[in-house]
Design a protein around this ligand. Structure first.
Ligand SMILES: [Zn+2]
Length: 502
């Protein structure tokens, strides 16, 4: 880009979910959006600008994927099938142990090609504090190197690793044949992981270091409240309060998580977080599929954010979040792909489409989620959740010039009415294959499906080589069936017994 900046014209410029401009252009300079005006106005005022004419395209803000995991090669490709969340988590411990650097590179390239220019990466910590630090630094370097804004939210399952109820892991393991008992003990219970004190220290240190960075952040990301000790959560709450840090955690994801809460020692994840002062505008809750009205109202009142993950909730048999209720209560909603998008292709258009079609209610007094609502979730909602809404999430002047140029050739078909709403059209029909190019900070990052400043073949080659070398740690189909039936039988008995004692 020369000194004079650049001008991009389009049939539509979608400034945000609720404002689009027809036959307009954007002026970009120094990596930021300058202004939006008709092409002729901009070309006469900025004669030195490089002009990019888009005849039949829409320009839209970069997407924010507000909850993501880097699983490396898709789990289905590794022979780990979708299933109910609880047995699925047990199975995922058998996924190939490839380097976090390579799986993050692969994930980042896929996201960027799909127009995602900001991500919350909820990763596991690691075996030791030193390895966890290296991992977090690598992730930030990879994302920011590609121009992607990021928040890294490391976490672990420090307790209740086999079933959600506290102190019950060994009683469940005791019901398994010896070889499986040993396997689960090794993969889930005794697996090396940084301890809570090291974790606290590391996140505090890195969060402070990256505090002034505009496009990267380090957050607390304890995997879920019931997987962390009350003591650790209290210490996180202290740190969050004193230093204004952010946190993301899974909550109310599955029915079993919901049913096994409601005990005197664990009311529900939101109540537990509220009790220690973590329920506030710096908190984002992933999933919230099973949260009841009281909980949602409480979340809204305290200003916490919710990130919905519709694909993942279908694939892991968690259910359908009541996002229309969340909207009615006024919760800021974001959209996440959870590393588990419906076709494992990280297509945010498909995710918005799914959200739009799932998140409706037959109750006439409930608001439906409109195309604008889900587009807002995938852009500004995520930016607000990340605390980056001043610099990303829309194409307003002064923000980072993160945008995609989407071809309308396929979408318009043989006929397109003049009065069509472009957001409605894109949410209903666009696919990532319609993306012509992606710009981050005003620079061309993806052109015709190719990432510009990274050798994608090399990343694919690396991941392929690591997969060939990785040891097979998966449960056999037979063993998985035993683990699953034991687990579900145990939950069933526990629920029956606890219902009798109420
Ligand atoms: Zn998740």
């Amino acid at each position: 880009m020369g000194d004079g900046g650049s001008i991009f014209s389009a049939r539509w410029v979608l400034v945000d979910a609720f404002h689009s401009r027809r036959d307009c252009a954007i002026y970009v300079r120094d990596g930021k959006i300058g202004e939006i005006a008709p092409l002729q106005d901009l070309t006469s005022r900025f004669p030195a600008a490089q002009i990019h004419i888009g005849e039949n395209v829409a320009i839209l803000p970069g997407f924010v994927n507000a909850h993501h995991h880097c699983f490396g090669v898709n789990l289905v490709n590794q022979g780990i099938s979708d299933d109910l969340l609880e047995p699925w988590i047990i199975a995922t411990a058998g996924a190939a142990d490839i380097s976090s650097k390579i799986s993050t590179e692969y994930a980042a390239l896929r996201l960027l090609k799909n127009g995602v220019t900001a991500v919350v990466d909820a990763c596991t910590g690691g075996e030791t504090a030193a390895l966890a630090e290296e991992k977090i630094r690598d992730k930030i370097a990879i994302y920011t190197g590609l121009g992607i804004s990021c928040a890294i939210a490391p976490g672990e399952r420090w307790q209740n690793r086999i079933v959600h109820q506290s102190g019950q892991d060994q009683t469940v393991l005791a019901q398994l044949p010896e070889h499986l008992r040993e396997r689960l003990e090794r993969q889930h219970i005794s697996r090396a992981r940084l301890n809570p004190a090291e974790y606290l220290d590391l996140v505090l240190r890195l969060a402070e270091e990256y505090a002034s960075a505009e496009t990267s952040d380090v957050w607390f990301g304890p995997t879920a409240p019931h997987w962390a000790s009350p003591q650790l959560l209290k210490e996180i709450a202290c740190a969050v309060r004193e230093r204004g840090l952010r946190m993301q955690t899974h909550a109310e994801e599955s029915l079993l998580q919901h049913l096994t809460a409601g005990r005197p020692d664990f009311l529900n994840p939101v109540a537990e977080l509220a009790k220690i002062g973590l329920l506030n505008e710096n908190l984002s809750l992933a999933h919230m599929v099973w949260a009841d009205d009281n909980v949602l109202e409480y979340v809204a009142g305290m200003g916490a954010h919710v990130v919905c993950n519709p694909s993942s909730n279908l694939r892991l048999r968690s259910g359908i979040a009541r996002a229309w209720k969340m909207k009615r209560f006024g919760i800021n909603l974001a959209l996440g792909m959870d590393g588990t998008s419906l076709a494992d292709d990280d297509d945010m258009f498909a995710e918005m489409r799914l959200a739009r079609n799932l998140y409706w209610s037959a109750d006439p007094i409930e608001p439906h989620l409109t195309a604008q609502d889900v587009f807002d979730m995938a852009t500004m909602g995520g930016a607000r959740l990340m605390g980056m809404d001043q610099c990303i999430g829309s194409l307003n002047a002064g923000k980072r010039a993160n945008f995609s140029i989407v071809s309308l050739d396929r979408i318009q078909g043989p006929w397109l009415t003049e009065s069509v709403d472009p957001i409605e059209l894109l949410v209903s029909s666009a696919k990532t294959s319609d993306i012509e190019s992606v710009y981050v900070g005003g620079s061309l990052a993806v052109s015709q499906g190719k990432v510009c400043n990274k050798d994608e073949q090399n990343v694919l080659q690396n991941i392929n080589e690591e997969m060939q070398r990785a040891a097979d740690q998966r449960l056999s189909a037979e063993d998985y069936a035993i683990v699953k039936s034991t687990l579900l039988r145990w939950y069933d008995n526990w629920l029956t017994q606890s219902a009798q004692h109420r």
